[in-house]
Design a binder for this molecule. Structure first.
Ligand SMILES: Nc1nc2c(c(=O)[nH]1)N[C@H]1C(S)=C(S)[C@@H](COP(=O)(O)OP(=O)(O)OC[C@H]3O[C@@H](n4cnc5c(=O)[nH]c(N)nc54)[C@H](O)[C@@H]3O)O[C@H]1N2
Ligand SMILES: Nc1nc2c(c(=O)[nH]1)N[C@H]1C(S)=C(S)[C@@H](COP(=O)(O)OP(=O)(O)OC[C@H]3O[C@@H](n4cnc5c(=O)[nH]c(N)nc54)[C@H](O)[C@@H]3O)O[C@H]1N2
Ligand SMILES: [Mo]
Length: 680
């Protein structure tokens, strides 16, 4: 049977699943899907273990122990819904509906389940949530240069001369890109990886540029310097499709390779060679990851990288260009799912999700948050500044409901836990942010235990609260049909029936897809080297390297916390999902921090030692892995283990800051200064 991977990953794989005796027995990649090509990651191959996990929540639960202890007793669905409705009504009467905060992210990328709660919370007048934790910074930077978050089709890289994987650890985070990289190599392409540590992706590259964290904009500006001074640019493209070239040319004089070399931690010669290689042909494809954007200067970095293919004309080449995300390739009308018409005027306040800890602990917030409803997310583990998040979740006067598939760290703090279906148990429509197919997955299993989908629970809550009834009277299938019908030309003609029969359909985009070949949907209609819009926001109008606020240039902080700490994904978890899996935990090992031999030596740390990593926010216990895969001055903690699985009970995000980046209100997870010491 056909299914779709529901997880928050750009690949959005098409799956083949088998079910036997009411149990999921195997999950493999669909060989007929052009992006999946039969290959899926080691996490989803073990999906049966997740669906039938001993930690699955199978019925509603009520807390009996202290918050955080995870002690519950079963209750009925009727009781659970009645309890929630009664508590919400009392809170609305006493302090107003803004005292209720929904909290969700991308546990499921299915469009029905992702947006299921928006209409209810809009109709109630609850506080709105600004969902910034992942792509907002990157998208804001990309839009500043190009106007829309789309790019060349990854499949085009197969015919490229040069493929650059810039701040993307595809071998972990979107494995199917590696399939395309291998095919490109077989046809003679060179592969360059730009990443501050030697990831498995970097190990497969012809050249790995091990840059210092947060310095990519400087590197890109030096590349521009070389391209422009050596006249390796496409004058025709620049003339017809870009704005501000003369100003850019003047501006990048300040970034000669010799000056940039010590900033980025590469020698000038390497930078020049890289620039010449890039300028040798427009047949160059850059796959840009979201990783580079999780820094203080992340928005500007994305904007700067997006300028490179415009200098060489690669955006117009059928095998060139760049892709950050395929987001805007899908022209849907989200009002169908989100129902902004149900919002009051003026709309309720909006709370940045990365400030969850602040919002829950802020004594001056009026009204305070009295009720939290968490679904499709595990904020206790994934939000920055975990100390504050846990302090908030522990509040006895906070009424917390968590709708979950498994008993997560966040669920441990819930007053009520509600059981959620998995993608194998409910219908949904999926779009990807790394490729251009639309997919549908129908249930292959009945709901496990008493599990209900997000949609079904919001239907019950809407009825109990007496709001949004017109919306929740629809079935998920009717909603999907309406959503398809109201989309623009990119999805016109794609029907529910076709999706149900084939599993996937490519959206109506030309092949090759070169969206920025002649124009870009910016205010000027061109690729903007110079951005009036950024200038109006008080930001540099031209691409600029701005040192990290929390980085080596911050001498005072760096004196106490001399190491830069990156916190990217690991191989076997998906954010904190799959932490529940004993099998995948075994494959993953234990929570570790990678540290370079000189840094370890200076601290008397040996490989395998128990260490404490401390940032200005807090401290976590990990196992040291002494390795030259990272450079001196940079340590790496891969993955988000549920914090209750760390010795000491605090996870990686106890270290990270809830400071926002330069653009888009996203988090600076990787701009994180720490000190590492042997645990006593
Ligand atoms: N196995 C696995 N896969 C995942 C996830 C997971 O947790 N596990 N998460 C999923 C999600 S939600 C997302 S958003 C995507 C994210 O996937 P990606 O787009 O790949 O982004 P990140 O994983 O955040 O970071 C990618 C790389 O950026 C590097 N990096 C950090 N700072 C810098 C820098 O300053 N310069 C450069 N050049 N590189 C830098 C990191 O070291 C890392 O190797 O992956 C998805 N896929
Ligand atoms: N240190 C560090 N922190 C990070 C990151 C990082 O790289 N490093 N990455 C950040 C990024 S990119 C992201 S996107 C966020 C992700 O943060 P989250 O979106 O919170 O991701 P997960 O940890 O995967 O948690 C999703 C939860 O949703 C549940 N779930 C799945 N499907 C459904 C459903 O249909 N209904 C309901 N009710 N629940 C469901 C899963 O069981 C899981 O526990 O984390 C961020 N945090
Ligand atoms: Mo993400």
């Amino acid at each position: 049977m056909l299914s779709v991977c529901p997880h928050d990953c750009p690949s959005c794989c098409s799956l083949l699943v088998t079910v036997d005796g009411g149990r999921l027995t195997s999950v493999t990649g669909n060989p007929d899907h052009p992006f999946t090509q039969g290959v899926i990651c080691g996490k989803v191959r073990e999906y049966a273990e997740r669906v039938h996990s001993p930690l699955r929540v199978l019925g509603p639960l009520r807390r009996v122990g202290p918050k955080g202890a995870g002690e519950f007793t079963p209750i009925s669905w009727d009781d659970a819904i009645a309890t929630i409705a009664a508590r919400w009504r009392a809170i609305v009467a006493a302090e107003g509906a803004e005292a209720i905060l929904p909290f969700s992210y991308a546990g499921s990328m299915g469009q029905v389940q992702y947006y299921a709660g928006h209409p209810l919370f809009h109709a109630l007048g609850a506080s709105r949530l600004d969902r910034t934790i992942c792509v907002n910074t990157a998208y804001a930077g990309w839009r500043a240069t190009l106007g829309a978050v789309t790019g060349n089709d990854s499949e085009a890289m197969v015919g490229a001369d040069l493929v650059i994987l810039w701040g993307v650890n595809a071998a972990y985070s979107t494995i199917n890109v590696m399939t395309l990289v291998k095919q490109a190599r077989a046809r003679g392409a060179a592969v360059v990886v730009v990443d501050p540590y030697r990831t498995p992706t970097a190990q497969q590259a012809d050249l790995h540029l091990m840059v210092r964290p947060g310095t990519d904009a400087a590197l890109a500006l030096a590349v521009m310097h070389v391209l422009i001074t050596e006249a390796r640019v496409d004058r025709d493209y620049i003339e017809r499709a870009t704005l501000g070239f003369e100003r850019l040319a003047e501006h990048v004089k300040a970034y000669p390779p010799e000056r940039v070399a010590p900033i980025v931690g590469l020698d000038a010669e390497t930078i020049v060679r890289f620039a010449r290689r890039y300028g040798a042909s427009p047949r160059t494809f850059i796959r840009i990851g979201i990783g580079i954007s999780r820094h203080d200067n992340g928005g500007m970095t994305c904007r700067t990288l997006a300028c490179l293919p415009a200098l060489t004309g690669a955006y117009a080449d059928p095998h060139g260009g760049a892709l950050l995300s395929s987001n805007a390739g899908f022209g849907f009308d989200y009002a169908v799912l989100e129902r902004p018409d149900l919002l009051s005027t003026p709309p309720p306040r909006i709370i940045n999700m990365i400030h969850l800890g602040r919002a829950l602990t802020d004594r001056d917030l009026a009204p305070p948050i009295r009720a939290l409803y968490v679904y499709s997310s595990n904020p206790a583990a994934v939000c920055p500044n975990q100390t504050l998040v846990l302090e908030g979740l522990a509040r006895d006067d906070l009424f917390t409901v968590v709708h979950e598939q498994v008993l997560t760290d966040t669920a441990y703090y819930a007053d009520l836990v509600l059981p959620a279906t998995t993608s194998m148990e409910h219908l949904d429509l999926y779009r990807s942010y790394g490729q251009f197919t639309l997919q549908l997955a129908r249930p292959v299993l009945p709901p496990q235990g008493q599990a209900k989908s997000n949609w079904e629970v919001f239907q019950l809550l809407a009825r109990a609260m007496g709001v949004g009834q017109d919306h929740y009277a629809k079935s998920p299938e009717a909603l999907i049909r309406e959503f398809l019908a109201k989309g623009d030309e990119t999805v016109r003609g794609i029907t529910f029936e076709e999706l149900a029969a084939r599993g996937w359909v490519r959206v109506n985009l030309p092949r090759p897809y070169t969206p920025f070949a002649r124009v870009a949907p910016t205010p000027s209609g061109k690729v903007e080297f110079y951005s009036e819009r950024l200038a109006r926001q008080g930001l540099p109008a031209l691409p600029t390297y701005v040192p990290l606020r929390e980085g080596p240039a911050n001498r005072e902080l760096a004196a106490r916390y001399p190491l830069q700490c990156l916190v990217p994904p690991n191989r076997f978890f998906l954010n904190s999902s799959f932490s529940q899996s004993a099998l995948l935990r075994r494959r993953q090992g234990t929570p570790t921090v990678m540290i370079a031999p000189p840094d370890a030596g200076a601290r008397g740390i040996l490989d395998g030692d128990a260490v404490t990593v401390e940032s200005p926010r807090g401290a976590a216990r990990l196992t040291a892995r002494v390795t030259d895969a990272t450079r001196p001055g940079v340590v790496v903690i891969e993955g988000i283990w549920w914090h209750r699985l760390h010795p000491g009970g605090r996870g990686v995000n106890v270290l990270t800051s809830d400071r926002v980046t330069d653009l888009g209100g996203g988090p600076a997870f990787h701009s994180n200064l720490v000190e590492v010491s042997r645990a006593s």
